[in-house]
Design a protein around this ligand. Structure first.
Ligand code: SAM
Ligand code: DTB
Ligand code: SF4
Length: 333
């Protein structure tokens, strides 16, 4: 079969170095593989880098909520949409540390602090730097997502002890223009370059189920895999449809297509952690199990994402137990 051969000739799953020069045709050929063959390919890629069935567990905290000036059509925190969300100022240091201690006690190894900013201001960077240092001192990996950063800001966060910076491409460059008008796609690439230059690890992925086409998913994954270095962490979010946002009534993505997206991400970025990110509440245990088999090996753990619900921690513990997947041990600092 033509499409099978095309994809086979492109594989980095055989143990060779990850390749960065994927074309849209290459990526399309992977999507078009019969589902069992795609899973075989993803599984082979996965086992080269992750032979042990372990899940990396992150916990999210919204350290500054709502009233965001951006107009991201999916987001409950944008000031442009009435989602009934109560805005909250930047949290005090002690409250952030208390939340990080709880997350650690529950088994998280990474603590992600998210803020509804377009770009943080100097005094905000100073306060967040204190939070990063305090969370790192607990022995947790640290991650922040604060919007656009310039070179100085990225360096300040690095100096404070930040491990990862999350900044998503969200979707293809073409579809992006229909989803966000207040922040150009190119600015995202610039922020990612500054984050890399500062020596931070990159967490960068996107959202599916926003009414995009498969071509958009292909283009998103191609762009992620061909960044100058692939992101260490790749969150694949399934849109959480929030009433009041323009995407409240978006058609949910077929779970099989969702798993295909995870599997293709795994083949394209074999050494990265692929995170089954927002939207797990809408996926059955079986669909999640299939996504883990297809290469997802990181989740957000805890009842709340930033502003929307996530599966209960007990439910997740039970699911991982049923699947025989253990939690990755803390890395230590
Ligand atoms: N304001 C910063 C920014 O956008 O860069 C950081 C916080 S923002 C909430 C982080 C990411 O959350 C977004 O890039 C988007 O991918 C994801 N996100 C936001 N709302 C979502 C939703 N309803 N469903 C799925 N993912 C969502
Ligand atoms: C990411 O890719 N997903 C997380 C994290 N990065 C910051 C955020 C998901 C947010 C879901 C909507 C909410 O809870 O507000
Ligand atoms: Fe603001 Fe981030 Fe939400 Fe966009 S995704 S509206 S930048 S909080």
């Amino acid at each position: 079969m033509k499409h099978t051969n095309a994809a086979e000739s492109l594989d980095s799953a055989a143990g060779g170095p990850p390749r960065h020069e994927w074309t849209a045709e290459d990526v399309a050929a992977l999507f078009e593989l019969p589902f069992p063959l795609l899973l075989d390919r993803a599984r082979a890629a996965h086992l080269v880098h992750f032979p042990v069935p372990e899940m990396q567990i992150s916990t999210l905290l919204s350290i500054k909520t709502g009233a965001c000036p951006e107009d991201c059509a999916y987001c409950p925190q944008s000031v442009h949409f009435d989602t009934g969300l109560a805005p909250e100022k930047l949290m005090p240091l002690e409250a952030v540390v208390a939340a990080a201690e709880t997350a650690k006690a529950r088994g998280a190894t990474r603590f992600c602090m998210g803020a509804a900013y377009r770009k943080p201001r100097p005094h905000e960077i100073a306060r967040i730097s204190q939070m990063i240092s305090a969370v790192a001192a607990l022995g947790l990996e640290t991650c922040c997502t604060l919007g656009t950063l310039d070179a100085d800001q990225a360096r300040q966060l690095k100096d404070a002890g930040l491990d990862y910076y999350n900044h998503n491409l969200d979707t293809s460059e073409r579809y992006y223009a229909e989803i966000i008008t207040t922040r150009p796609f190119a600015e995202r690439l610039e922020t990612l370059a500054e984050v890399r230059a500062a020596g931070l690890k990159v967490c960068c992925g996107g959202i599916v189920g926003m009414g995009e086409t498969r071509e958009d998913r292909i283009e998103l994954l191609r762009q992620l895999a061909t960044l100058p270095s692939p992101p260490e962490s790749v969150p694949i979010n399934h849109l959480v449809r929030v009433p009041g946002t323009p995407l409240a009534d978006a058609e949910p993505l077929d779970p099989i297509e969702f798993v295909r997206t995870v599997a293709v991400a795994r083949v394209l970025m074999p050494a990265s952690r692929i995170r089954l990110s927002a939207g797990r509440s809408a996926l059955s245990d079986e669909a999640q199990a299939l996504a883990f088999y297809a290469g997802a090996n990181s989740i957000f753990y805890g009842e709340q994402l930033l502003t929307t619900p996530n599966p209960e921690a007990d439910q997740d513990r039970a699911l991982l137990g049923r699947l025989g997947i253990t939690a990755e041990a803390a890395v230590g600092h």
